[in-house]
Design a protein around this ligand. Structure first.
Ligand code: ASP
Length: 446
């Protein structure tokens, strides 16, 4: 028993959790002690501590994040290609693909609807005074402008869909924001692999299987560094949090965070129970490392190799299914992001003083789903697209400034349902497949 508890005290998930706790406590303490009030001049102690946080702590967090991103492109390509090629036929790909897409669209729409419903019930925008709006805009206006410009580069919706298909696959692979292009290429190439004589591509498959194994080994090494990386990322995020802004837009913050936590703890847990047959205890025990990685990196893409590993190693999902669902899910299935978009658009509309009718609210759900597909799984990946939705419903996109000060924490939190919904989807498909196989076996045995 002594050995067991000693082992669990030093297990990687426990050490990562300790890193998370230490980083958060240190960062929040620093923030509470030294952060200036909104609009006030920062004290010299805060400037100095800020320098330490930026120059001495953040680089280690960034290093961890970059090491995770480093393996994303080969893992996406290998797992999708091998996953689709391993299905053996385009029909099977079609069946798996359509179930996966149904899950993505269904859960994303539920999340966005929940976000909108919460804002209608709580009405967080009604309590924000015009003075508060002016103060926040003064502080965060420039950052908002940069995000709006990024969003403006995106074209119409149809063109956005067309742009998903890359003209140069290496270009798509070179940019974390455009990884959907690489996904499409890997899917098509995998489908083609089911249509050619297998002896012609045997060596290629073995090569990619080898590369995939190597990447997972590298990931295991990177994760050994996670307790320090996570502590640094959390420290920097919390030390720089806009606690003052949090108070000013308090009801928005409570609505968004409350909605995300509710979605994760109630909706996702229920989905895991119903579709994957997992008790809450088993579900959360198995994905501790996954949740902490998602929370600290704020990125579905950076977390994706860990999501695959969790599905396969912790829950026994077949590699082909996890390798197919996770890369797609990391870019296309963002439940938390959709909920956040719903809350943010309605909140900002309330602050601006416009009442969105039912049709416009249905439009917001539709936009939230499209954004969840189009947004990059990187920190703040959905913000530029949020600017476009605001424009579509008649809210000036500069109003984004109001929520940017607290977005880091909301972003970390929305990434949790983003990745855990992918996990449940793959476990559901794995369970279906296992049932189908045992059904075939039973029939054969008869
Ligand atoms: N950070 C989110 C993710 O990677 C994307 C976003 O909502 O900004 O899943």
């Amino acid at each position: 028993m002594g050995t067991n508890s000693a082992r669990s005290a030093s297990s990687l998930p426990t050490r990562i959790l300790i890193g998370l706790g230490v980083g958060a406590v240190a960062g929040i303490t620093l923030n509470v002690l030294y952060a200036p009030a909104l609009g006030a001049e920062p004290s010299s102690a805060y400037v100095e501590l800020g320098w330490w946080a930026d120059q001495m702590v953040k680089p280690f967090g960034d290093l961890f994040l970059r090491l995770l991103f480093m393996v994303v492109v080969p893992v996406v390509f290998c797992s999708l290609f091998l996953g689709v090629a391993g299905l053996g036929s385009v029909q099977k790909l079609g069946a798996l693909g359509s179930r996966t897409l149904t899950w993505f669209l269904g859960t994303t729409a539920i999340a966005a609807t929940l976000g909108i419903t919460l804002v209608r019930l709580i009405a967080p925008g009604r309590n924000v005074s015009p003075e508060t709006v002016a103060r926040i805009k003064e502080q965060y206006g420039t950052i908002a402008q940069a995000k709006i410009e990024q969003g403006a580069e995106a074209q119409g919706w149809l063109q956005m869909v067309v742009d998903f298909v890359p003209t140069n696959v290496l270009g798509a692979a070179a940019d974390n924001q455009r990884i959907l292009g690489l996904i499409i290429f890997a899917l098509i190439l995998g489908a083609a692999a089911t249509q050619v004589p297998q002896d012609r591509i045997r060596i290629l498959r073995e090569l990619l299987e080898g590369l995939y194994e190597l990447c997972l080994k590298v990931l295991a090494w990177v994760m050994a560094f996670a307790p320090i990386g996570v502590a640094c990322l959390i420290f920097h995020a919390t030390a720089r949090l806009g606690v003052d802004v949090m108070r000013l837009v308090g009801w928005y913050f409570v609505t968004a965070m409350g909605g995300l936590v509710f979605y994760q703890l109630v909706v996702v847990t229920l989905l895991a129970r119903v579709f994957a047959g997992l008790s809450p205890g088993r579900f959360y025990r198995g994905m501790r490392t996954l949740l902490v990685t998602a929370f600290s990196t704020s990125s579905s893409n950076a977390t994706m190799p860990t999501t695959i590993r969790t599905a396969v190693d912790e829950f026994g999902a077949p590699k082909e299914i996890a390798g197919f669902v996770m890369p797609l899910g990391a870019t296309m299935n963002m439940n938390g992001t959709a909920l956040f978009e719903g809350v943010s658009v309605l909140f900002l509309a309330q602050v601006y003083g416009i009442e969105l009718g039912w049709v416009q609210q249905a439009m917001v759900v539709g936009f939230a789903v499209v954004i969840a597909i189009g947004a990059a799984g990187v920190p703040g990946g959905s913000i530029p697209l949020l600017a476009i939705v605001l424009t579509q419903v008649g809210v000036p996109p500069e109003f984004l400034a109001l929520i940017l000060g607290v977005d880091r924490l909301v972003d970390m939190t929305r990434t949790l349902p983003n990745v855990s919904s992918d996990l449940v989807c793959s476990l559901w498909l794995a369970r279906r497949e296992a049932r189908a196989l045992s059904g075939t076996g039973a029939r054969r045995g008869r």
